[in-house]
Ligand binder design. Structure first.
Ligand SMILES: [Fe+2]
Length: 443
């Protein structure tokens, strides 16, 4: 698309407001959402034949269906003949899929009931590619292109070790899906999770001070609790791949000790769990001179965000930012706890997640307020003359801040200071590449 090259200036970190315009939005539905891998659900949402869950790839409605043959398929949620969505609900269980408009029926493999098996036109349209990584299901509207594993790249290491943790039981899906709207362009919400750790202490100051004063004063103010261990941001795919950002990557024993102190207030089994998780990381990464204990938040390009796994006592929230116009975004949010954690801890984890970064939590509404103001601002004539500024850390562009004795290729990614906008710059570098090269992979 012509003009995009003038919107993103990697040398200065400036991004023109036109990147959030209605014209660009229409193009990126094809060039970004028609080409990349989008998270569409978790296998645990459809455990039995006949189970389904609906979602979107960009603005295209899709459905994950567990077929009568045991396979999980992705379909475009559109009746083969009437074009209307054939599944009108977020999730459910059906032996046959029936279009609510004219009651045309399909089996759970997507075949039109009552039609000849070879009659392709009567079948539901499959999502061209569906791929599963550790239970996470991603779909792509492009029939060819890089595989999901190539797309995830080195971010897989962070998923394996800090989110999925399949060797100690893996993730257990919490019931219910949150769906809510956020004002703001999808890119701004995605990069908020990908690279903006410096908004947290400011935007969420009231919550953090409340926590320090009332919820955990004994722990936070205890002797020796002054956290001194380093906290990093990490970019994977930097410059040459798909850009993913992982924030609050923590090295050292501060957070482990903090977890232990909190766990002691819960139960002996919670203490055991903290040690089990720590031992698992230490065992997996035994060869590394410095082992990250956790990371807290991140975004995998373009719109798949992760939050809450920063300590052994937090649930994992997985969020998808669905584009809904240049200034609006829909959110699908799933919650998970560690399957191996004791029940009393799982309950606390689930409670805390729903009260923090969630539709009715105390963090998401802070962000909502920020983005509501921003969404209004970018639509003004004045805003269109002032670019967004992502220059933080530009002087150290590309420099890995690990001390030499910590450097090890088995700890992948570019390790950055906690506060930098390198990840945002790289986000827009890749976005610009998608927007200006090729015509998509057949989407
Ligand atoms: Fe936030």
């Amino acid at each position: 698309m012509s003009g995009i090259m003038d919107m993103v200036h990697l040398d200065t970190g400036l991004v023109d407001c036109a990147a959030y315009s209605p014209e660009v939005y229409v193009e990126e539905l094809d060039r970004v959402f028609g080409r990349t891998w989008i998270f569409v659900g978790h296998v645990a949402q459809v455990p039995r034949p006949g189970d389904f869950v609906t979602g979107w790839i960009g603005e295209t409605p899709v459905a994950l269906v567990h077929g009568g043959d045991g396979a999980i398929r992705g379909f475009v949620n559109r009746c083969a003949t009437s074009q209307r969505p054939f599944l009108a609900y977020d999730a459910g269980h059906l032996d046959r899929l029936t279009c609510p408009a004219h009651r045309r029926g399909y089996d759970t493999l997507g075949r039109r009931l009552g039609s000849e098996p070879a009659d392709d036109a009567a079948c539901l349209t499959p999502v061209p590619r569906l791929s599963v990584y550790g239970g996470l299901v991603f779909g792509s509207l492009a029939g060819s292109g890089e595989t999901l594993e190539e797309h995830l790249g080195e971010a897989r290491w962070y998923l394996d070790n800090y989110v999925l943790r399949e060797d100690i039981g893996g993730l257990q899906l919490l019931p219910g899906v949150q769906r809510y709207r956020m004002p703001g362009n999808w890119k701004l919400l995605a990069e908020n999770f990908a690279g903006d750790d410096y908004h947290v202490a400011i935007t969420h100051a009231s919550v953090l001070s409340l926590r320090a004063q009332q919820v955990e004063p004994r722990i936070i103010n205890s002797p020796g609790r002054q956290a001194t261990d380093p906290i990093f941001s990490v970019a994977t795919g930097y410059r040459h791949g798909v850009p993913h950002g992982l924030l609050e990557v923590r090295v050292g024993d501060d957070f482990y000790n903090h977890d232990l102190m909190r766990a002691q207030t819960i139960s002996p089994r919670a203490v055991d769990w903290v040690n089990t998780r720590k031992d698992a990381v230490d065992r997996r990464l035994a060869h590394l001179p410095a082992k990250p204990y956790s990371f807290h938040v991140g975004n995998l390009f373009p719109t798949f965000s992760i939050i809450g796994n920063g300590t052994s006592l937090e649930a994992v929230g997985l969020l998808v930012w669905h584009p809904r116009g240049p200034n609006e975004t829909a959110v699908t949010q799933l919650g998970f706890v560690d399957a191996g954690a004791p029940l009393e801890l799982q309950e606390q984890m689930a409670f805390a997640l729903s009260h923090q970064q969630a539709a009715a939590g105390v963090f998401a509404p802070d962000d909502h307020e920020n983005f509501e103001r921003l969404a209004k601002s970018v639509q003004t004539a004045v805003a269109r003359t002032v670019p967004f500024n992502y220059e933080m850390g530009l002087a150290d562009e590309g420099r890995d801040v690990r001390p030499p004795e910590w450097q090890d290729p088995a700890w992948p990614g570019l390790v950055l200071p906690r506060f930098t906008e390198l990840i945002q710059r790289d986000f827009y570098r890749y976005w610009m590449t998608l927007m200006t090269t090729g015509a998509g992979n057949g989407a």
